[in-house]
Design a binder for this molecule. Structure first.
Ligand SMILES: Nc1ncnc2c1ncn2[C@@H]1O[C@H](COP(=O)(O)OP(=O)(O)OP(=O)(O)O)[C@@H](O)[C@H]1O
Length: 891
């Protein structure tokens, strides 16, 4: 956006007019004229101007408007009346706009009344603790991410507690847990960005890192130099500078030595305007919007070291390694504690801060230990103080009233790590340092413990803040003068496990501490008329650019060298006449020269106009481009952070899935092993069964005397058993035959079921069916019809027998043959009508095995008519004739 000058021939006026305020309500005439002019139809949409010529045309319209304004408000050259009216040209939007009304409307009186009522209901907030896990390359992390807010400890195998029992797995909860997938930017945004927002609103914040040595505290707080790896501190500074639109030149605000600031009256802007833009580019650096536009500000930094429980000023150029007599005392001013005589340096941009920081870092006590190559041997506190004050009416200069100054502070503390001497192997100075570090950390723990107790029991117990410099310095924070946040850093290596347990316990318990929420600072009353569409930063940049332009186009010294004419000699009229003639000639010459000079001047003015218009056009174009680039950037940034979040989510899900897969693989393996065992067991049982079956088969063979003809039992006991079983069988078979009046068989035979036996069984079965009693097959063979079919037996069927034989039936060479009754119909392909007409059915079936043994089976059945009009065959007997050689085994 470009401001409108009151007279375009004077670039300095143009610059001055940048600061003019619009809308003096008392000057009604001016206001009405302006408003009417603002609605003049001279607005052309810049985006539609395709050529430079169109731009020039468009801009000349605006220049006419300038002239008009010069008539309306700029004719009065007095400073006061010129400052009564301002018109703002928004070239980005190509509109003449009226500045908006000031946003801040609440007054000090309002604030006082609200602060009074606030006193009665002090809100409390808990100390927020975040946890960050250092990347660990090993396979046995002793601490790992459980979920977004929880870590889980896995004790290293073999590690025992003092009691002798192994450490249990445990979960620790925090506000948020960063794992290795989360970048420095993520950590900054989650842990610090809101604290900077608080700072620009005049509030205080304390952020500190806590953990075992080598757990990544310094990496988190400071990081590396690269844009990707830089830590919280440079990002915080960068975000702050990006968010300050009205930063003052240095020397306006000065520290007063009592932890406060004064305003120096009318400090001129230095000839060489400080460069506000920074070269230190942090990718993805954030800008905090909403800074109070009615305030001007200045940024001060200081850097304190607490080494062996003594405070040192790290910005003190004379600080050397031995630190003799260089320690600073802590002073108390009201409720705040500060380091006496601390160097506070006013800074203009991130580059400057990082330069100072790097130089001070060289003075900080850092040493190599077994656990960390660059181990911090001291606690360091980097303070950023933002000093703000409302500006004077129509002037970018703070009001000279210390009571209107608002200070926001952010302290970033990199605590030295706790360490166990037996692990670090420290001695000498390192040992003393370690002792002091552990002592001060213990003091911090004790203070927290006391505060927790006090909160729990609602008691007013003294807190030992003074036991250590670090707790004493931040006493006011613990008493509720600002937000406190702690980042617990944890290195998951197994060697740190026991120390990490202490850290995690302390971190988790610290969340129970609650401090009073700091009241909002009493904001000064802002001067309404000073509201501007432009920030001081923008104005400073334009001023510099116009300076360059004006220096180039600065008018040359007046080339007309007017020599004073000699005095007229009134005494002598002749001489006087000559003198008059000379004067006339000189005046004529001078007029001619003046004419030439005026023409030259006119030409230069025209040139200047043209260049000025070009510059405006260029600025307009650049502005538009910048705006669209800004928009694109913003979109990309939003998209990128969305993708980052998505990626993190995926990574978390991925690790959770990996865990689940690992667990199910273990389960699966377990099941497979169990399955294998069961299969083995089943195979064993099957084998046992088979052995038993073989035995049963042997027993059955013995029982049925299957000893082949011509073979003799191998042993006498076998012979005896064969004999006795054969006897038993003869008796068993003979008895029922005798009881039926039949003849007992003559002895063991290869034909297991002879025709007579089968006939008797058939008769018996029929008799049984006829009498309705159930009949049992004592020989265990098949051949008894199910009694259910008895009633359905075909009565109409004739007594014919249907003998069904295969086409290629081999005549059996057996002595005993199956007797097919006379009148039986022999067929190779029985028809349904054949079956219908038959009472019995005989099927002859032959098989020859590998040994050449021919078995002829005659399967017998009854033909039973079915309900559907067909015929079913109910098989009830089989006769088997086997013919083998004496040398081969046969069944
Ligand atoms: N998140 C991380 N990503 C990559 N490297 C890391 C990370 N955290 C720590 N490191 C590396 O681990 C090493 C030790 O870290 P650092 O010096 O920050 O530990 P520390 O906690 O400050 O130790 P001490 O208390 O001894 O000063 C450094 O080389 C650092 O670069």
């Amino acid at each position: 956006m470009i401001p409108c000058p009151t007279a375009i021939t004077d670039p300095f006026d143009l610059m001055d007019s940048l600061q003019l305020a619009h809308g003096n309500p008392t000057n009604k005439r001016t206001k009405t004229k302006l408003e009417r002019t603002l609605s003049l139809p001279n607005e052309v949409d810049v985006s539609q101007c395709s050529t430079n010529l169109e731009y020039l045309q468009h801009m000349s319209n605006h220049l006419q408007f300038y002239r008009y304004l010069t008539d309306v408000v700029g004719t009065d050259s007095s400073e006061k009346s010129r400052k009564e009216g301002t018109v703002i040209m928004d070239l980005g939007r190509n509109k003449w706009t009226q500045p908006e009304k000031p946003q801040s409307s609440h007054t000090m009186a309002d604030d006082r009344s609200t602060s009074k009522s606030r006193k009665h209901r002090k809100k409390k907030e808990s100390l927020e603790v975040l946890c960050r896990l250092t990347p660990y390359a090993g396979n046995d992390p002793a601490v790992r991410l459980y979920n977004e807010t929880t870590v889980c400890t896995s004790p290293p195998s073999g590690l025992l507690q003092r009691s002798g029992s192994p450490y249990p797995e445990a979960l620790y909860n925090f506000g948020y847990v960063f794992d290795e997938s989360e970048s420095q930017l993520d950590v900054f945004e989650r842990s610090t960005l809101d604290m900077i927002e608080q700072m620009v609103r005049g509030k205080n914040g304390l952020l500190f890192t806590y953990g075992v040595t080598g757990s990544g505290k310094t990496y988190t707080m400071t990081g590396m130099e690269s844009s990707r790896d830089c830590g919280i501190l440079p990002r915080a500074v960068d975000a702050l500078f990006q968010s300050l639109p009205n930063q003052m030149h240095s020397g306006v605000f000065v520290p007063n030595g009592r932890n406060g600031f004064d305003v120096m009256p009318d400090v001129p802007v230095p000839k060489r305007e400080p460069v506000l833009e920074t070269q230190w580019h942090i990718r993805g650096s954030k800008k905090i919007n909403g800074f109070n536009d009615g305030m001007v500000s200045a940024v001060f930094v200081s850097y304190v070291e607490i080494y062996n429980n003594l405070c040192y000023d790290l910005f003190d150029e004379t600080l050397t390694d031995d630190r003799a007599n260089k320690s600073r005392e802590l002073r108390v001013n009201g409720s705040s504690v500060y380091v006496d005589n601390l160097t506070e340096i006013e800074v203009q941009n991130t580059d400057e801060v990082m330069e100072l920081y790097a130089r001070a870092q060289e003075r900080r006590k850092v040493a190599e230990t077994l656990l960390n190559k660059t181990s911090s041997r001291s606690h360091s506190i980097f303070n950023i103080r933002l000093v703000m004050a409302p500006w004077r009416p129509n002037d970018f200069y703070p009001v000279d009233d210390p009571s209107q100054i608002v200070i926001g502070q952010l302290s970033m503390v990199d605590l030295a790590g706790s360490e166990r001497t037996k692990r670090t192997g420290n001695n000498g100075d390192r040992l003393v340092e370690a002792g002091k570090i552990n002592q001060s950390l213990m003091a911090l723990r004790q203070c927290f413990e006391r505060i927790r107790e006090r909160d729990r029991n609602n008691a007013v117990a003294p807190i030992p803040y003074r036991d250590s410099k670090i707790t004493h310095l931040f006493k006011n924070f613990f008493e509720g003068s600002g937000k406190i946040r702690m980042i617990v850093c944890v290195n998951p290596r197994p060697g740190d496990f026991e120390e990490n347990l202490n850290v995690l316990n302390f971190g988790e318990l610290s969340q129970e501490i609650s401090t009073s929420v700091a009241p909002d600072p009493v904001m000064p009353k802002l001067v309404d008329a000073t509201n501007s569409q432009f920030s001081r930063r923008e104005i400073m940049n334009w001023r510099r650019r116009f300076d360059e332009l004006v220096l180039k186009a600065a008018p040359q010294p007046n080339p007309l060298n007017w020599q004073p004419l000699p005095r007229l000699n009134y005494a002598d009229p002749d001489i006087m006449a000559e003198q008059i003639e000379e004067r006339r000639k000189a005046i004529m010459k001078h007029r001619a020269e003046r004419q030439i000079y005026s023409e030259q001047l006119g030409q230069k003015r025209a040139d200047f106009h043209e260049r000025f218009i070009q510059v405006l056009c260029q600025m307009d174009l650049t502005n538009n481009r910048l705006k669209s680039v800004d928009d694109e950037n913003e979109e990309l940034r939003t998209e990128s952070s969305r993708l980052q979040r998505q990626l993190q989510q995926f990574m978390r899900e991925n690790s959770a899935l990996k865990l689940r897969v690992a667990r199910s693989e273990i389960d699966e393996e377990h099941k497979l092993r169990q399955d294998k065992r069961e299969r083995q067991r089943a195979a064993e049982i099957e084998e046992e069964c088979r052995a038993k079956n073989r035995k049963i088969e042997q027993m059955r063979d013995l029982f049925e005397s299957r000893t082949p003809i011509g073979t003799t039992p191998a042993t006498s006991s076998e012979a005896m058993s064969v004999g006795s079983v054969a006897r038993l069988r003869t008796r068993f078979v003979a008895e029922p035959a005798a009881s039926r009046g039949g003849k007992p068989p003559k002895g063991p035979t290869s034909m297991r079921h002879n025709r007579a036996e089968s006939a008797s069984r058939t008769q018996k079965s029929r008799a049984g069916r006829g009498s309705g009693e159930s009949t049992e097959d004592t020989s265990g063979g098949v051949g008894y019809m199910n009694t259910r079919y008895g009633g359905r037996r075909s009565q109409s069927a004739s007594g014919r027998i249907l003998a069904h034989q295969s086409t290629h039936c081999i005549p059996p060479g057996t002595v005993m043959r199956a007797k097919i009754p006379k009148g039986a119909k022999t067929t190779t392909k029985p028809e349904a009508s054949d079956l219908n007409k038959s009472r019995d059915y005989l099927l002859t079936h032959q098989e020859v095995d590998r040994n050449g043994v021919l078995t002829t089976k005659i399967v017998k059945g009854e033909c039973i008519p079915t309900a559907g009009g067909g015929t079913a065959v109910l098989f009830n007997d089989v006769e088997k004739h086997t013919q083998g050689t004496p040398y081969r085994a046969y069944n």
